[in-house]
Design a protein around this ligand. Structure first.
Ligand code: AKG
Length: 285
C-alpha cells in the first residue's frame, strides 16, 4: 500500500496498491492515520460489492445506520443512498443530498467522525465533492472573527435540511417542522474544536447547519454568520474533487466541510455513503 500526498497546499492523499477488499488490520491502521494526517484519502480503481464495501468500513471503524430510514439501501441499512435512479420502478434512497456546506451529523451530540463515498453511477456532466479545510480556515480567521467565536458554543440545527417524504403529503409545513424539531432538536457544540489526536483546532460551523452562537441576539447572529460564512466559503478555500469510475473517498468530518455538486442536467446519479465512528471523542473537551 502506498500513500502519496496530493501536491503541497492541497487537502488529501492518494492511496494506491491496495484492493479495499483485501485490507489487513495493519493497512486499516495506516489508512486511519493517513486520514487524520491528510484529512481526505482517495482510492482509485476499486470495485467492492455492497457487502465488501461495508466490510471495509468495519475495518476502519464502526459503520453508522443513518437516523432516517428513507436514506437506507433496502438490503444494507449502513448504506446511505444518494440516488435519482429508480430500481425495479421504485425510488431508492434520496436524490440530491448534501448540496450545501456542511459536515455530517453536526446537529447531533455525537457527530460522524469519518465519512466515505463510493459513487455507483456518475452523471456525464460532472460529479464532484467540494471541500474546505476548517483547520486552515481557523488559522486564517481575521482577529475580529476569531475573538467572536473563541470560547463560544455554536447552535446546530438539522431541521432546515429535512427533505419532504411521501408520508408528508397533506401535512402542513408547520406540523412537519415541529415533528422534525422533536426528532432533532437544536444542540450546541464548541464553535472551535480541538482534534482529539493531533490537537489542531478547527472552526466547527457550517452554513448548512449552524444558525448562530449561544448568547448573541438574533440580529448579532445574522450579521456574524453572514460574515463568517462569507470568509469560510471564499473560492480560495475550496478544493474540488471530480470522481472517476472506481473512486472511493474517505474523509474526516472534524476537519473538513464538504458539499456535493449539482446535477444540472438531471442525469442518472447514484452514490453509496457510509458514516463511520472511529471510537475517539469527536473533540477534546
Ligand atoms: C453527504 O451525503 O453528506 C454528502 O454531502 C456527500 C458528498 C457527495 O456525495 O459528494
Amino acid at each position: 500500500m502506498k500513500i502519496q500526498p496530493l501536491s503541497p497546499g492541497q487537502i488529501g492523499a492518494e492511496i494506491s496498491q491496495l484492493d479495499l477488499r483485501a485490507t489487513t488490520a495493519e493497512d486499516a491502521k495506516r489508512i486511519r492515520q493517513a486520514v487524520y494526517e491528510h484529512k481526505l484519502v482517495i482510492f482509485h480503481g476499486q470495485s467492492p460489492s455492497p457487502e465488501e464495501y461495508i466490510e471495509f468500513s468495519r475495518k476502519i471503524g464502526r459503520p453508522q445506520v443513518y437516523f432516517q430510514q428513507n436514506y437506507h439501501h433496502p438490503k444494507y441499512p449502513e448504506l446511505f443512498v444518494s440516488s435519482n435512479v429508480l430500481e425495479d420502478g421504485k425510488k431508492v434512497g434520496v436524490s440530491g443530498t448534501g448540496r450545501y456546506w456542511h459536515t455530517d451529523y453536526q446537529f447531533f451530540q455525537e457527530p460522524l467522525p469519518l465519512v466515505m463515498v463510493y459513487p455507483q453511477i456518475l452523471p456525464k456532466a460532472k460529479r464532484e465533492t467540494y471541500f474546505i479545510d476548517m483547520q486552515r480556515v481557523y488559522e486564517a480567521l481575521p482577529a475580529e472573527l476569531r475573538n467572536l467565536v473563541e470560547g463560544r458554543r455554536a447552535i446546530q440545527e438539522g431541521k432546515w435540511r429535512y427533505k419532504i417524504t411521501p408520508e408528508d403529503i397533506d401535512k402542513a409545513l408547520v406540523d412537519i417542522v415541529a415533528a422534525v424539531e422533536k426528532q432533532v432538536p437544536a444542540i450546541t457544540h464548541p464553535a472551535v474544536i480541538e482534534h482529539p489526536l493531533t490537537g489542531r483546532k478547527s472552526l466547527y460551523v457550517s452554513s448548512g447547519f449552524t444558525t448562530g452562537l449561544e448568547g448573541l441576539s438574533h440580529e448579532e447572529n445574522r450579521a456574524l454568520m453572514a460574515k463568517l460564512f462569507a470568509f469560510i466559503e471564499q473560492d480560495a478555500h475550496v478544493q474540488s474533487y471530480s470522481y472517476q469510475p472506481g473512486d472511493v473517498l474517505l474523509w474526516e468530518n472534524r476537519a473538513l466541510l464538504h458539499k456535493a455538486s449539482d446535477n444540472p442536467l438531471g442525469e442518472p446519479s447514484k452514490s453509496y455513503r457510509i458514516g463511520i465512528y472511529d471510537e475517539l471523542p469527536f473533540y477534546k473537551s
